[in-house]
Design a protein around this ligand. Structure first.
Ligand code: MG
Length: 408
């Protein structure tokens, strides 16, 4: 058999998604996610103009060889656009292989290591009252682990805090706005560092010591600031503190690690195992945050997690709504199979998104499960997709109070 066609599908059911669909000469289809939030058309062009012409006629069974062919063959290695494109090809090939075998993908990855994947949801509020309401809503929905983000006194809209929430409406948080220019947010690290510990003190006092709580610093702190926050959160027993520094400089995590026992998670913006080399070999982190979509696909993520396992580091795959249901399904097949699974981020996709991407994964009693459908278990509905045209959307830009651009 061989790959007969490679189609790049762009749709926007509430947000933009880029999907690759490969079809073999025998008519077996495979799906891959190449969504790069805010830069979607760059990944679509890379796939359509530079990768699709290389795929027709290739043996769809040769997943490792195709990965190396696209990675080494491009000469220009790594980077989010290249790695999202390779990821999409890789996912689609694994989808085809598992469908051809008549098995859910996790069976080809070694079979089940657990009943399901512990998921965490995003609770947020601009105030303590609205945060508590959001946490209660998540607990009622069955979540057994919760990320906590709040507004900071003196600042307006900040990362991770939902706005315009009405009771019963979709609870999650979509920062990419459909407008001509990026939204601007404001930031004050000192105010943030003063406020966050008081929030976790209040949450523990209200909801008790049992529930795993997470927090995302979104790359905004220096190593010293991150160490200060990690120490101040130790009494509240966090599951993890995420993205405490920008981490392009992996050595920055040495200082944080030396100063606090709060567990650390990092890597959603990384593209390759090399971005983690120091972090993993020196055990400077506890969880790998990469998404299958942005780190080269199932083949690359599995190798990364096998490397991490040697150092007792676990998975915490990036799972916001800009990871399409195809990418999220891949996370769940990896998640039930990997021994060193840690936790899975889970923001439920909108009803419109789930009309385009028909999923077979489930969320029950706080656990996500990929289901037993052969392949990844996701079907793409062309008719539904056709009614949602692409609209440009940008992630926000963040400025300190004096106007200096800061990390968003
Ligand atoms: Mg994050």
């Amino acid at each position: 058999m061989a790959i007969a066609s490679a189609e790049v599908l762009v749709t926007s059911p509430g947000r933009n998604f880029v999907t690759l669909r490969l079809t073999t000469e025998d008519g077996v289809t495979g799906l891959g996610d190449a969504t790069l939030n805010g830069r979607e058309l760059a990944a679509a062009s890379y796939l359509r103009d530079h990768v699709a012409p290389l795929l027709t006629g290739r043996d769809e069974a040769r997943i490792e060889d195709t990965w190396q062919y696209l990675y080494r063959g491009a000469y220009w290695r790594r980077g989010p656009v290249t790695m999202a494109a390779i990821a999409a090809v890789d996912m689609a090939l694994w989808d085809i292989k598992a469908k051809t075998a008549g098995m859910p993908l996790y069976q080809l990855l070694g079979g089940r290591s657990r009943r399901g994947c512990l998921a965490y949801g995003h609770a947020s509020g601009s105030s303590i009252d609205t945060l508590f309401a959001s946490i209660r809503e998540h607990l009622e929905a069955g979540y057994q682990a919760i990320r906590v983000q709040t507004g900071v006194p003196g600042l307006g809209q900040v990362y991770g805090v939902a706005t315009d929430q009405k009771p019963g409406e979709r609870y999650d948080y979509e920062p990419a706005r459909r407008q001509a220019l990026p939204a601007q947010e404001s930031w004050d690290t000192r105010a943030y560092l003063r406020h966050v510990p008081t929030v976790f003190e209040a949450v523990r006092a209200e909801f008790g010591p049992e529930i795993p709580l997470l927090h995302d610093g979104h790359h905004r702190m220096t190593p010293n600031e991150a160490a200060t926050l990690g120490k101040s959160l130790e009494p509240y027993d966090l599951f993890w503190l995420e993205d405490c520094t920008p981490a392009e400089n992996q050595e920055a995590l040495r200082r944080v690690r030396a100063q606090t026992t709060t567990p650390l998670a990092i890597g959603e913006v990384f593209n390759s195992v090399f971005d983690y080399q120091t972090l993993i070999t020196e055990q400077l982190i506890d969880y790998v945050r990469s998404a299958v979509t942005h780190a080269g696909g199932i083949t690359a993520l599995r190798k990364l997690l096998d490397f991490a396992a040697i150092y007792q580091i676990k998975s915490g795959f990036h799972g916001p709504t800009d990871i399409s249901p195809v990418g999220q399904a891949a996370h769940l097949h990896l998640g039930v199979a990997l021994h060193n699974f840690g936790i899975q981020e889970y923001m439920k996709h909108s009803a419109d998104t789930l009309e385009v991407f028909r999923t077979s994964y489930t969320f029950t009693d706080g656990l996500l499960d990929p289901g037993e459908t052969p392949g990844l278990g996701v079907e793409y509905d062309d008719d539904a997709a056709g009614s949602f045209a692409y609209e440009p959307a940008y992630l926000p830009v963040n400025r300190r109070l004096d106007g200096t651009v800061h990390d968003w």
